[in-house]
Write a protein that binds this ligand. Sequence first.
Ligand code: CU
Length: 133
Amino acid sequence: MDSESERWTIRSKLCFVAAGALLTLGAASTNLVHFALSRSVPAADATVTSPAEVRLWFTEAAEAGTVGIRVVDPAGAAVETADVVQDRADTKIYSVAVGRRLSAGRYTVSWRGVGDDGHTVQGNYAFTVSAAQ
Ligand SMILES: [Cu+2]
């Protein structure tokens, strides 16, 4: 784990701890819901043909320049992707074009971003590229 991801992890944990404390105090409101992933294409755990892009819908627009999207192949190697693009019509949507046709197997998408509360949030999910294409 490089120091960059370590920092994400530590900050995310702090974020969850802070939110837990606030919820305990009965201060729950939608403002306390962190920046999060709401939907994706390919969807989590979906089986698809090789996607031309990975598109993520977040619960809010992230702070400028903070969204990272990485795709990792079944062997654990990074798949080459283009720069992250924020959708102009819906600023909560971010995508990356996939640089090559993906062979069959299970791929992991790792994402991160900084929301309104200034906390870095990260997550990951997997999808499968089918052999029959
Ligand atoms: Cu937070």
